[in-house]
Write a protein that binds this ligand. Structure first.
Ligand SMILES: Cc1ncc(COP(=O)(O)O)c(C=O)c1O
Length: 396
């Protein structure tokens, strides 16, 4: 079954999109755990390698289960083509490295997940690709950073962990005006709450490890773009360097996609209520939640997001000690640096996900000693509110 010519709404595309049903007529997608494929004749093998006959060659190149996951993601994102990767970082690295060459320049928003920042700041310069980091929320600083050799813009929105929102269409327009490409890491918004390609971005990347699996089971990633860019820039990199997603993980992620809208809707609804509750607590200095009217970029949220996110950033008064006490007092909410999971998870970015940044770099991003990132899960909203309330009391 192909979703290509069907005008399905996301919830339908996520259940049926991309399904390749075998001769056995299985209802659930088949898991093709194979490395290779058999050809009827030597001539058929030759024709397939020459690209004269369709079909699979080797699972580092493509695999039917992985193919279903890629097609389903395309149907959701409205993208022409996709490549699935073994992790979100494999997707980010491939998208960036396949967009530039030695001598090119990248402009990236400085509020990036730690590993993404390492790729831009440390890995890329080793290969002669320089990068400038800017305040992503200030379009003038993107403009100021542009050089004659700028070929790529990179941003994450909302950002990890302070949930800054970057004006994607403004950055895309600037990229178009200088012939550069824009890569958007859309993990925090999920493919349901923000559509970077519709906003003008050229390439979208996901850590499928987060909401797409959403149940803590496997790593995965995906890159989505137009077919021409994938054919010309990503195709050979994939075949020859092998960041491929395993068929088992692709199957798990396909199952995750079926329930993604239901989970994200419920998690966002709870997150909104918890954010409002936290904002009223005297122990909390600041709550950043894209669904609230007091979000620093509320106008851009309104323009480009259709939901408030499943994540909340909060600053606890009393710094690290108070933030640790609050985490330790939580009962349902678990201490973990993952996000987008069915289980509510909390982390202290300064000592975990962003520990490798200098104090100054963290301060620049608004990550203080009392900052916590809460990923709201699928538990009952009232139970979660009660847990947060009792932890605040206990941590006083
Ligand atoms: C915004 C963002 N991008 C990329 C990644 C990397 O994803 P993965 O852990 O699947 O490699 C993460 C992981 O936390 C993330 O938060």
């Amino acid at each position: 079954m192909s979703s290509k010519k069907r005008n399905w709404k996301p919830q339908t595309a996520l259940v049926h999109g991309g399904t390749l049903r075998s001769q056995f007529g299985e209802t659930s997608e088949a898991m093709y755990l194979t490395q290779g494929y058999v050809y009827q004749t030597a001539q058929a093998a030759e024709a397939r390698f020459k690209g004269e006959e369709p079909g699979f060659i080797y699972s580092r190149y493509a695999n039917p289960t992985v193919d279903m996951f890629e097609k389903r993601m395309c149907a959701l994102e409205g993208a022409e083509d996709a490549r699935a990767t073994a992790s979100g970082m494999a997707a980010v690295t491939a998208a960036l490295l396949c967009s530039v060459k030695a001598g090119d320049h990248i402009v990236a928003a400085r509020a990036l997940f730690g590993s993404c920042r390492w790729v831009v700041e440390t890995l890329a310069p080793r290969y002669g690709i320089e990068a400038t980091l800017v305040d992503g929320t200030d379009i003038a600083s993107w403009e100021k950073a542009v050089k004659p050799n700028t070929k790529l813009f990179f941003l994450e929105s909302p950002t990890n962990p302070t949930l800054e929102v970057v004006d994607i269409s403004a950055v895309a327009s600037l990229a178009n005006s200088i012939g550069a490409r824009l890569v958007v890491d859309n993990v925090f918004a999920t493919p349901l709450q923000q559509k970077p390609l519709q906003l003008g971005a050229h390439i979208v990347v996901y850590s499928a490890t987060k909401h797409i699996d959403g149940q803590g089971r496997c790593l995965g990633g995906v890159i989505l773009s137009d077919k021409k860019w994938i054919d010309e820039n990503l195709h050979d990199y994939f075949r020859h360097t092998g960041p491929s997603l395993s068929p088992f993980n692709a199957w798990t992620l396909l199952k995750g996609l079926e329930t993604l809208p239901v989970r994200v809707r419920q998690q966002t609804e709870s997150a909104g209520k918890i954010a409002d509750f936290l904002a009223e607590q005297p122990q909390i200095a600041r709550v950043i939640y894209p669904g609230r009217a007091d979000h620093p970029q509320a106008d851009i949220v309104k323009k480009q997001m259709s939901g408030g996110s499943t994540l909340i950033c909060l600053d606890v008064k009393g710094g690290k000690q108070a933030a640790f006490a609050l985490q330790n007092a939580l009962d349902i909410v678990l201490i973990s640096n993952n996000l987008g999971d069915a289980k509510s998870l909390i982390t202290h970015p300064a000592t975990t996900t962003h520990k490798n940044l200098s104090d100054e770099a963290r301060a620049e991003l608004g990550i203080g000693p009392g900052t916590l990132r809460l990923s709201v899960g699928l538990e009952d909203t009232d139970d979660l509110l009660e847990d947060v309330a009792q932890a605040l009391k206990a941590a006083k």
